[in-house]
Design a binder for this molecule. Structure first.
Ligand code: WT7
Length: 693
């Protein structure tokens, strides 16, 4: 490949250019077989969930739950934008996911666990068995840990059934769980323990990943230490064992602080714990997500509205029936897993598959073997996984005898060619696809086709869900009309039951981040004056379908998960020689985006490979492997405005092989050429291979 084509290929993919250059794709229709069995076949559904029936339309979702006390008000808008849903109502999340299914589905599998090692057979956990395990764990949390409704507990668990069991045990007591993605570092976990004020950490000794038994207990020790340094004491650390009765970590257990869950559970064998009836507005869980500042936000999700929204969307968009075997390949440590591995499928009494390992272990056919063996008929994954499975094994799916009726993609924009492979090869031309757009803050899907009703269009998330009224604003607060070919800020005009309540402990940041920018009247109690700002760029085609273009703020979407540039930069700055750090997103064929790091050194520091290595390590240690930079460039100086602001835009252009634009007004324009030479090589810097403008 010549340098020129290489540069052009990379250039082609800037967000704005994707928007302009992606041609309108042809529609794909759902099959007759799918339509006939679909949960939602009412062509008037969007009208029924239209503005004339708002907010009462959402009663339909609330009615999918079992309430111990019925709600009196659907939506309370007295204190915008702190909406309240289904007030007056009481319910228990665990009861709704487990107890109420026992009469009909006692001996049906709630979960099927698939360990990474293929020689270990899948393990099914029935609703009855889940009920028993969750009760025993709830007894332990209440009586051994002293936890009660409203307390927070941090979970740092890998993908085994211990995770949903622990979540549901918390929910049974009204304890707010805060699960930190297992792949995050001990330090990330520690800062979340501190922010949420947890006195209990629930972790694990080890888990399988890419054929290795990874030591995880070590992270618990780091987490407790980090939290303590930040001012939060942890009283007890509970350790689930990957192999009950056997300890699989070299890290010592701390006497009086650390306990093996399996040992302590012995005391609670056969115990039953009454589910605690919680207010609809009681927080159910926290899920931390990156923002534009260094500090992750604890997205606080409510009990009633959240559960209603995930039940409704699991039923109508995921098309889950109790007879389905559903596999979402995400990690439960992300919101996708909370909503669409645990709460949504269980609320509908489905069978949900939990897979421990990497999709490509021991080989790239693994997911399709799992699907065949378990009879999975609904499959849910990310564009990153689709790209990786396609690249490594484009013809593997046809070698396995499974049949999906429905497939989901989530987390990033999916390019039409990857979409078509997903449809034709993975779905064998039989399955519908929903491209679901939403965020950690949102609780559940916001844009997607309704699978039996709307045609699919590759690369477009589709129209808004029933009951969701989006609007795209430009920077001057004007609405960007559909079909205009213009992109703008994707906003939602109305509240919906799945929206987070607030940022844990920081109401002001909640208002500032999502509502301040487009609020029409801060004194108004009318929801119409309070559009929610998503932070994504989007455009709407003539047919009403939305195409999401990516983040407009300082957030990098790596494999469908958000990293704050500031978060990564703060990690880089912990290396003593680093004076300044700038992190920019760079296009990646598989992961969508990955971070590139630029650092300048303190006076007197010697430029060395070792510094770059320590920068990489700092990112991995402080955040996790997901934050691993593609490259670290040690530059003589950062490109800066005259007022001293680092021009990340210029660095981003260089990393992506794009034209840097006009840099003459910079305080140090000469350094731009120097950096470009360093990053792109001499040819690019001399003009050859630059994109045509
Ligand atoms: C960001 C949210 C909750 C889903 C998992 C990620 C991007 C999400 C899509 C999609 C294009 C998408 C957005 C969003 N995104 N889904 N179908 N098409 N982009 O949750 O970590 O909170 O990230 O992911 O940029 O803002 P998250």
């Amino acid at each position: 490949m010549t340098n020129k084509t290489h540069t052009e290929e990379r250039t082609e993919a800037t967000e704005a250019q994707i928007a302009v250059h992606w041609k309108e794709e042809q529609y794909f229709q759902p099959s007759k077989a799918f339509i006939e069995q679909a949960n939602m076949r009412d062509p008037d559904i969007r009208k029924k969930f239209g503005e004339d029936n708002f907010p009462d339309c959402f009663k339909e979702y609330a009615d999918m739950l079992t309430w111990s006390t019925p709600y009196s008000t659907v939506l309370d808008t007295n204190n915008p934008p702190f909406w309240k849903w289904f007030t007056g109502g009481k319910l228990n999340a665990c009861f709704n996911c487990v107890d109420r299914h026992l009469a009909q589905y006692r001996n049906k599998a709630a979960f099927i666990f698939v360990g990474e090692l293929e020689e270990d057979p899948p393990v099914a956990l029935t609703y009855q068995e889940l009920y028993v395990r969750v009760n025993e764990m709830a007894a332990l949390l209440r009586d051994f840990c002293g936890l009660k409704a409203g307390d927070r507990v941090t979970l740092h668990l890998p993908m085994t059934l211990d995770l949903p069991i622990t979540m549901l045990a918390c929910a049974r007591l009204g304890v707010i769980h805060s699960q930190v993605f297992g792949g995050f570092s001990g330090q990330s976990c520690g800062s979340r323990i501190q922010d949420s004020g947890s006195r209990i950490l629930i972790s694990a000794d080890a888990y399988w990943r890419s054929g290795k038994l990874i030591d995880h207990k070590v992270n618990a020790d780091i987490a407790v230490k980090t939290a303590k340094e930040m001012g939060q004491e942890v009283d007890k650390v509970l350790i689930w064992q990957r192999y009950p009765g056997k300890y699989s970590s070299p890290a010592p257990m701390v006497e009086g602080r650390d306990f093996f869950v399996n040992d302590v559970l012995e005391r609670y064998k056969g115990k039953r714990v009454e589910p605690v009836s919680m207010d609809a507005e009681a927080p159910l869980f926290l899920m931390y997500s990156s923002g534009t500042t260094g500090k992750p936000k604890g997205c606080q999700h409510r009990t009633g509205g959240y559960l209603a929204y995930v039940a409704g969307t699991s039923k109508y968009i995921q098309d889950i029936h109790p007879t389905d075997t559903y596999w979402c390949m995400a990690d439960i440590g992300w919101i996708t897993g909370h909503s669409y591995i645990v709460y949504g499928p269980l609320l509908l009494a489905a069978t949900s598959v939990v897979y421990e390992g990497t999709p490509t272990y021991p080989d790239v056919r693994r997911p399709w073997r799992i699907a065949e063996r378990l009879g999975v008929n609904i499959f849910h994954t990310s564009p990153t996984a689709v790209r990786a499975l396609r690249r490594q094994g484009p013809e593997e799916p046809r070698k396995c005898n499974y049949h999906f009726k429905h497939m989901t993609t989530v987390g990033e924009p999916i390019e039409p060619s990857a979409w078509r492979w997903y449809y034709e090869e993975v779905g064998k031309g039989e399955a519908v696809i929903v491209d679901t757009w939403w965020q950690t803050e949102n609780g559940g899907f916001l844009c997607s086709t309704v699978p039996a009703l709307d045609a699919m269009k590759p690369g477009s998330a589709g129209p808004a869900l029933p009951g969701i009224y989006p609007v795209i604003y430009d920077d001057d607060d004007k609405e960007v009309p559909k079909g205009s070919g213009q992109a703008g800020n994707m906003c939602i005009r109305n509240p919906w039951p799945g929206i987070m309540q607030t940022i844990w402990g920081n109401d002001q940041r909640f208002v500032d981040t999502y509502y301040k920018r487009y609020c029409k009247n801060p004194k108004s109690k009318d929801w119409r004056d309070w559009p929610y700002m998503s932070g994504d760029g989007a455009m709407q085609a003539e047919d009403g379908y939305f195409r999401i273009l990516g983040r407009l703020d300082d957030v990098i979407n790596v494999s469908g998960h958000r990293l704050g540039t500031k978060e990564v930069e703060s990690a880089c700055l912990t290396v003593p020689e680093v004076a300044e750090a700038a992190v920019v997103p760079v296009m990646d064929e598989i992961k969508g985006r990955v971070p590139d790091v630029y650092v300048s050194l303190t006076p007197g520091a010697e430029n060395s490979d070792d510094i770059a290595k320590r920068v990489v390590k700092a990112c991995e240690d402080m955040i996790g492997k997901i934050a691993r930079p593609r490259q670290v460039f040690i530059v003589p100086d950062m490109p800066k405005t005259r007022s001293g602001k680092i021009m990340r835009r210029v660095l981003g252009a260089i990393s992506n092989g794009r034209d840097v634009g006009d840099v003459t007004t910079l305080a140090n324009a000469a350094v731009v050429d120097e950096i470009r030479t360093m990053v792109q090589g001499k040819q690019a810097a001399s003009g050859e291979g630059q994109p045509k403008q």
